[in-house]
Design a protein. Structure first.
Length: 204
């Protein structure tokens, strides 16, 4: 039995963004695993960025979601290198999303958290970290704000090729399991690890 290829951005958006309980539960599990915090409520939003003036780009995001505390997360599935500078592109998405909040008459302390989370099917950094979180810091590494909760703009990269696909399933953490699933779910039950995940892994 074969399944949909979640590396396809259309399939990714359909599986996690469809308006049904199963898709919403899958989306909450995905966010819980990679943000490493419990996600109880999430709503899929319009993923098209509206121009504020004529010369702006108006990209369509893969999947834009909002938590009940108004945290906004853009999930992107990036299969291959392009002529664009990918990190500049996703920084642009982050800036646009963060700046699109309704702040008229409000204090800047009321800005909500914005996260762009990109699943890369390529390696972009020369280290072993599969998941990396980028925030605003000094060159020395000191964060811009003392309290992490006050750091409202974050870029998270997930470099899927860094997962050791030969590692035994019982030795994988939840992030590695989900990445393995993304990379191999199209094989369905023909893949022994996928078969075990489907039969016994609550998140999958």
């Amino acid at each position: 039995m074969r399944s949909a290829n979640l590396l396809n951005d259309f399939a990714f958006k359909y599986v996690f963004g469809e308006d049904c309980k199963e898709a919403n539960d899958a989306l909450k599990s995905l966010l819980t695993v990679f943000l490493e915090r419990k996600v109880n409520h999430v709503v899929v939003k319009n993923s098209e960025m509206v121009k504020d003036y004529t010369k702006m780009k108006s990209p369509r995001l893969d999947l834009l979601v909002e938590f009940d505390d108004k945290t906004t997360v853009d999930l992107e599935m990036q299969l291959r290198q392009t002529k664009d500078n990918l990190l500049n592109r996703f920084n642009y998405y982050l800036a646009r999303l963060h700046g699109s909040q309704d702040m008229e008459g409000k204090s800047y302390s009321q800005l909500k958290e914005t996260i762009v989370m990109v699943f890369f099917n390529l390696i972009i950094a020369d280290d072993d970290d599969i998941c990396s979180l980028y925030t605003m810091r000094k060159y020395s590494g000191i964060p811009l704000v003392k309290d992490e909760k006050e750091d409202r703009m974050k870029l998270m990269t997930i470099e899927m090729p860094k997962v050791d696909l030969n590692k035994p399933l019982e030795d994988m953490n939840e992030q590695e399991k989900m990445i393995y699933y993304f990379l191999n779910c199209h094989k369905g039950l023909d893949d022994s690890k996928i078969k075990v995940m489907i039969e016994s892994d609550e998140i999958i």
